[in-house]
Design a protein around this ligand. Structure first.
Ligand code: URA
Length: 209
């Protein structure tokens, strides 16, 4: 599949299996998501552009590699996206963090924005849009639209589990935005949950059910 990377590292797959188990408590679920976001983030940021800077080691002068330009930006789609934020910040503590909140209008079924706060200079950053579940794809499509409208050019979408339907919908609107995912599951069920999936990611992260 073009512009989709399934990050199937054994450690990620093992941790994801524990997360899927309905008996896994919230604290462990959250911790595993943090660990997986570090492993996935490492892969997503593999091609970050580098510059060189002049430094003095204890032995001599050196031109050493350093991240180029503005720091990357993480954009969390509320609320489950927040489960990815701390792990990515562990990797890049200087990253900026934006948030987008969307709800589904009960009549039109379209996503409606209720909150958005993004950092400046979106056009000069690697933007990592995060949401653990790419289900119907509607919120991901809307969030990325808003981010591109703010000038972002280097946008990647990071999720844990995707439905084939969600990937198709996302790529219909954003064919050039690369998706990073740990597992593409079988399908959506009649309630738009991913199966086999892991249930409601937000509830499982925050212990609300
Ligand atoms: N959102 C979730 O949290 N889980 C799903 O399976 C689908 C959407």
């Amino acid at each position: 599949m073009k512009n989709v990377t399934v990050i199937d590292h054994p450690l990620i797959q093992h941790k994801l299996t524990i997360m899927r188990d309905k008996n896994t408590p919230s604290a462990l679920f959250r911790q595993l998501l943090r660990e997986i976001s570090q492993l996935m983030g490492y892969e997503l940021m593999r091609d970050l552009p580098l510059d060189v800077t002049d430094i003095e080691t204890p032995l001599e002068h050196m031109q050493a590699p350093t991240l180029k330009g503005h720091d990357p930006c993480i954009v969390s789609i509320l609320r489950a996206g927040n489960g990815f934020v701390d792990g990515l910040l562990d990797l890049v503590p200087t990253a900026s963090v934006g948030f987008i909140g969307l709800y589904r209008d009960p009549e039109t079924l379209r996503p409606v924005e209720y909150y958005m706060k993004l950092p400046e200079h979106m056009g000069e950053r690697r933007v990592m849009v995060v949401d653990p579940m790419l289900a119907t794809g509607h919120s991901a499509v809307a969030a990325v639209e808003k981010i591109i409208a703010q000038g972002a050019k280097d946008v990647r979408f990071l999720c844990l589990v995707a439905a084939p339907e969600g990937i198709e919908e996302f790529q219909k609107h954003h064919p050039d935005v690369h998706i990073y995912v740990a597992s593409i599951d079988r399908q959506l069920n009649e309630k738009a949950y991913i199966v086999p999936g892991l249930g409601d990611a937000g509830d499982r992260i925050f212990g609300t059910k």
